[in-house]
Design a protein around this ligand. Structure first.
Ligand SMILES: [Zn+2]
Length: 263
């Protein structure tokens, strides 16, 4: 066992613990982030951890950015800003599975799936965290009406630009880390962005939307004004975490299909 085998798990644990301390992660989020980090390191080495780190650091900082203003919009969002295990699994689950698969059945296709799922997660997180700060209200793709900022399934020009930038950063970093050719770098960027569009579609048509029975607010929360909210739209079992997981998983699978068809 080399020094790396001792130092890296300790390093991952330290980052997870620090994230708990700074309230980027809840306790369950900390444990799942540690496991996710271990899987990704085992599958893709330190380069894999760096790519995960770029997603984790930028999205954590963006979620803290202008937090006061976001708290005023927080009535719409389902959860607070400390990510729990379901949010970690939603954003890092596909990446962790790809890491595990690369240990069991080594193949370049897993690195591609890994990078695309992170590009999708980064794209979606940047779009949500920055899009919510847009000056104008977004348009829901269900009915194309203006809806309050922070509503799932809605798009704005600013949010779409943020989504493109988020995917581009991961594609660019993957290109440098894994020495990819331009074709696959572009594929990661396009599929990462596609993942966040799938996220918007599922958010609009599949995710459960609720209304408060007391104050009438439209929300993603299952409780409001200390009462259970009434479901208005979508599927009861599908929350924002499920939508995030499904969209990253779908984008990664699209990339794997293209890879298998072309090779
Ligand atoms: Zn209410």
């Amino acid at each position: 066992m080399g020094a790396e085998q001792l130092i890296i798990p300790f390093f991952i644990a330290t980052v997870a613990a620090a994230s708990f301390y700074f309230k980027f992660l809840s306790l369950s989020g900390t444990v799942s982030a540690f496991v996710t980090g271990l899987f990704i390191w085992s599958g893709f080495g330190i380069k894999g951890l760096i790519l995960l780190g770029i997603f984790f650091v930028t999205s954590s900082l963006l979620s803290k950015y202008k937090q006061k203003r976001k708290e005023n919009l927080g009535e719409v969002h389902e959860k607070g800003s400390a990510r729990d295990w379901a949010q970690v699994a939603a954003n890092g689950g596909t990446a962790a599975i790809a890491g595990l698969m690369n240990i069991l059945f080594p193949d370049p296709v897993w690195m591609l799936a890994f990078s695309i799922s992170l590009a999708s997660a980064n794209s979606d997180t940047w779009a949500s965290e920055l899009g919510v700060l847009s000056k104008s209200d977004p348009i829901s793709i269900r009915g194309f009406k203006k809806v309050p900022r922070g509503t799932s399934g809605a798009i704005s020009r600013f949010g779409t630009l943020a989504a493109a930038a988020g995917s581009l950063l991961i594609a660019f970093a993957a290109n440098l880390l894994f020495n990819l050719d331009l074709d696959w770098t572009v594929a990661i960027f396009v599929l990462g962005l596609a993942g966040s569009f799938v996220d918007t579609l599922l958010g609009a048509f599949l995710q459960a939307g609720y209304q408060c029975v007391e104050c009438g607010l439209h929300t993603e929360k299952t409780m409001h004004c200390s009462k259970k909210t009434a479901q208005l739209t979508g599927h009861e079992r599908v929350n924002n975490d499920a939508v995030n997981f499904l969209s990253g998983f779908a984008a990664a699978n699209m990339g794997m299909i293209i890879y298998i068809v072309l090779s």
